[in-house]
Design a protein around this ligand. Structure first.
Ligand code: NOJ
Length: 549
């Protein structure tokens, strides 16, 4: 792929969760041949990059975010030749290939860990974070983010190892130079294979808090406390990222997007400012449970404004509302019942009209909604199962606990892609690894391809608008009526080209009462309205894009 300076700023990225995208061999799990069979569909959306969540060999305790071999493809997804065919199929269509790099931790099945746990004196002994027992117990009160202590005892070494996620995901010791050199060589290996970039997982936790102090966060019912903030964004972590950039990413002009845990905007700045030579952009990781309970359109607007003003000088950002770790965006931010189509379109236009690099998560382009399984046994995600257990342990009834799990579960985003109205939504001839959403007969790609008014057709139109407009891709951002709770209005302008995005981000009608006489006709709309006037009443979730005269 040809890579001009700042090429990542002109991308529209389509995120694929391979397990759930398309199964070509009937084993119920999506695979690379399945993805290859859908490359024309993906290209028809107008996107020019694909990010694949991990496809490397893995025991799959966390669906691939526990890697046991960084240089191959899990046979469940296909062969290395399949990967090469996928890469070539993408490049022939002008689509960049972005892989996932998971190097805060490996799988406990990785050879490095299997060796490391054997003794305190070996080639791999220092590859992980080992600590002696304190008073015969765990070294401190840290909890793994999937529940229980973040420390696991290994009798062979009479020591504990640290895992900020599950015990099957031991944290690598980034202080060890050999570990850093291994990671550099992995990145270069994939660079040589023609990979165009990386989404870098859980990357803000590389350097741990010195001395391993107790976490000040309130304890769970198990007595352990979440330990993410205390280990986030430390100077050593930034130093390690700069080393990766200098010795690997930069030589291949890779697009890099770091998944980071930031509480303050200045933290984003530190990762995503061009002058700091770390990442091109970041994916902020806000735990869904917090966001789900506290979000509002107004807060979203303020966050966008603040992020923009922090990063507009020399930074950049990933722009998205959903991914494989969150509930479906139309269920969370829109209305997945009465206004499903209209609110899905509003969210599509919002993301594509904002500055930054937009990410579209598979299925979002056809308005896929939360799945709401009827029993906890139907869920697969370890964090959902753990959350359910925590609710039961703290006195909630099974029905209440299930309702909460349904609302926040990551499996909402992981149910199989809905291709058509056939068995299993056309995803697989076998038994899907996770249940298909029963609404697939109504909401599927095939049906929407034939409907000019569908969510899918709207996505294609708004992505095409973005790709064809310098103002939308590279222009400035100016909010209008910024203190209005429901109206979401902003302008994107560059030189003499300008567009405005105008939306009623609510389920009630709203009076527009803004002078938009500088703007001409409606370019795209989520309703029947083809023109605007200043005193019009916007319908629930009505949104349109207008071009300045
Ligand atoms: C973030 C990934 O998106 C998530 O799916 C995973 O569980 C954690 N990082 C741990 O790797």
């Amino acid at each position: 792929m040809e890579k001009r300076k700042d090429w990542y700023k002109d991308l529209v990225v389509y995120q694929i969760y391979p397990r759930s995208f398309m199964d070509s061999d009937g084993d119920g799990i999506g695979d690379l041949r399945g993805i290859i069979s859908k490359l024309d569909y993906i290209a028809s959306l107008g996107v020019n990059a694909i990010w694949l969540t991990p496809i490397y060999p893995s025991p799959c305790y966390d669906n691939g975010y526990d890697i046991s071999d960084y240089r191959s493809i899990d046979p469940m997804y296909g062969t290395f030749d399949d990967f090469i065919a996928f890469r070539d199929g993408c490049h022939e269509r002008g689509i960049a290939v972005i892989m996932d790099l998971v190097v805060n931790h490996t799988s406990s099945h990785h050879e490095w860990f299997r060796e490391s746990r054997k003794s305190r004196n070996g080639k791999y002994s220092d590859y992980y974070i080992w600590h002696d027992p304190v008073d015969g117990k765990e070294p401190n009160n840290w909890a793994g983010s999937f529940g229980g202590s973040a420390w696991e005892y290994v009798p062979e070494r009479d020591q504990y190892y640290l895992h900020l996620f599950s015990k099957e995901q031991p944290d690598l010791n980034w202080e060890c130079e050999d570990v850093r050199n291994e990671v550099i060589s992995i990145i270069r290996y994939w660079g040589d294979m023609g990979v165009d970039g990386f989404r870098v997982d859980a990357i803000s936790y590389l350097e741990k808090a010195p001395g391993f102090p107790d976490s000040p966060e309130p304890p769970f019912s198990t007595g352990f406390s979440i330990a993410m903030d205390i280990n986030s964004n430390r100077e050593g972590t930034h130093r390690y990222i700069r080393e990766l950039n200098e010795k690997a990413f930069a030589s291949y002009h890779m697009m890099t997007v770091g998944e980071v845990n930031c509480r303050m905007l200045s933290d984003y700045h530190d990762y995503a400012s061009q002058s700091r030579h770390e990442f091109d952009m970041c994916i902020p990781f806000v735990p869904p449970i917090v966001e789900i309970n506290t979000w509002s359109p107004f807060k979203m607007k303020k966050t966008i404004m603040e992020t923009y003003s922090e990063l507009k000088e020399d930074g950049w950002w990933a722009c998205f509302l959903s991914n494989h770790d969150k509930p479906r965006q139309v269920s969370l931010y829109g209305d997945d019942r009465i206004y499903r189509s209209r609110s899905a379109k509003l969210l599509a236009a919002l993301i594509q009209m904002l500055p930054g690099t937009p990410f579209v998560y598979q299925g979002e382009e056809i308005g896929m909604a939360n799945v709401y399984y009827g029993s906890i046994d139907e869920y697969n995600d370890p964090s959902t199962v753990d959350f359910y257990g925590e609710l039961i342990a703290t006195g909630h009834s099974p029905a209440e606990a299930l309702r909460e799990a349904q609302r926040v579960s990551r499996d909402n985003a992981r149910s199989p892609m809905q291709w058509n109205a056939d068995k299993n939504a056309g995803f697989s001839d076998g038994t899907p690894w996770l249940g298909v959403n029963p609404d697939y007969k109504e909401w599927n790609a095939e049906k929407e391809e034939e409907d000019a008014d569908s969510v899918l057709s709207f996505y294609k139109a708004v992505i095409a608008l973005r790709r064809g407009s310098n103002a939308i891709r590279r222009g400035g951002l100016e909010f209008i009526a910024e203190d209005d709770e429901r109206l979401f209005i902003f302008e994107r302008a560059l030189d003499d080209e300008a567009y405005a995005f105008v939306a009623n981000f609510s389920d009630k009608p709203a009076l527009l009462s803004i002078d938009l006489s500088d703007y001409g006709s409606v370019v795209l709309s989520t309703t029947e309205h083809k023109s605007i006037d200043s005193d019009m009443v916007l319908e629930p979730y009505e949104a349109f894009i207008v071009k300045r005269k």
